[in-house]
Design a protein around this ligand. Structure first.
Ligand code: AMP
Length: 299
């Protein structure tokens, strides 16, 4: 089964109290697609400028399908600058430079219009909806969002949520969007807008899957060293969607496993800056950590 991921490809500047890295490869689609490519054939849709480094591009091409990746000559790639606090739990967005993604007209290449699994990352919700309308009959569509869009286009974010099967969102953003502090109430509020399930990602506290018929809680893997939380949510989404697409089954059991695979991929992503760790793991590492997870949570 195939998974198509639409989202930002970025040059990220990430500042933590311990280290700063400037203009490294990032972007929500990059994290999600590289994570999901460990499970299933993945196609990435998005746009970059001609300043996107060639070595980053060839790395992407070696792992995911790029027929839907547009390169705009003479234009600048999307850039995102953010800082983390001392315990790396809170992010502050310093600067979002949309550049080439501001004018992007979403387009799905003909050969991918029948993709059964679709992940719409934290893009402009209007672009996400335009993209979604081009898929013929996807089995499972999941989307994400981020502070920038909640603040600038909250109505479009809600409209986008109406159109998808599932939403993944982090705790800070769920509270901001719903104007409530309790995360279960936030998830139920989002469910009332239309999606069948909501996954609230809570960083070092794991994630909660909320459906109208059940709640499933998965703790985060207890890591001793976290260097850069950027992309944890996208890598979660990549693991979650990647697993479901690989088994081509969305029953309750696989759903729960997918949440755990999501946590596994998120936990790898934060162990080093940018994509470094994700690019250096193999299937054995993923399976090993999945089983450790099961042991850790068994009564
Ligand atoms: P995450 O840490 O998983 O929530 O997502 C971080 C990634 O999202 C970074 O690599 C950024 O490049 C990307 N990103 C941040 N803000 C935006 C935005 N407004 N639109 C699209 N992508 C974004």
């Amino acid at each position: 089964m195939r998974l198509t991921v639409f989202g930002s490809l970025a040059l990220d500047t990430t500042r933590t109290p311990f280290r700063t890295e400037e203009e490294i490869m990032g972007g929500a689609a990059t994290y999600a697609a590289l994570a999901s490519s460990m499970f299933v054939e993945t196609e990435i849709l998005g746009v970059i400028g001609s300043d996107f480094p060639e070595n980053y591009l060839s790395l992407l091409r070696s792992r995911v399908g790029t027929a839907g990746l547009v390169i705009k000559s003479g234009q600048k790639t999307f850039r995102y600058d953010s800082s983390f606090n001392y315990d790396l739990s809170q992010r502050t967005s310093n600067k979002t430079e949309l550049n080439v993604i501001a004018e992007y007209e979403p387009s799905v290449p003909d050969q991918h219009k029948d993709s059964p699994y679709v992940y719409l990352a934290n893009n402009d919700p209007i672009q996400n909806m335009k993209m979604l309308k081009q898929f013929t009959n996807p089995k499972l569509v999941v989307c994400d969002t981020i502070e920038f869009w909640i603040q600038t286009k909250p109505d479009a974010v809600k409209k986008m949520f109406e159109m998808v099967h599932g939403v993944v969102i982090n705790d800070q953003e769920a509270r901001m969007l719903c104007g409530m502090s309790n995360l279960i109430k936030c998830a139920k509020e989002i469910l009332s807008w239309g999606p069948e399930f909501v996954i609230v990602k809570k960083g070092e506290h794991g994630s909660i899957l909320v459906r109208s018929d059940m709640i499933f809680v998965a703790p985060a893997y207890p890591l001793e060293e976290i260097l850069d939380p950027t992309g944890a949510g996208d890598s979660f989404a990549g693991g979650f969607m990647g697993h479901l697409a690989s088994v081509d089954n969305t029953d309750m059991k696989e759903f729960k496993s997918a949440v755990v695979y999501g946590n596994v991929m998120g936990s790898f992503a934060v162990e080093d800056f940018g994509l470094t760790r994700l690019l250096n793991i193999g299937n054995k590492d993923i399976i090993h950590r999945y089983h450790l997870f099961r042991k850790l949570t068994q009564l």
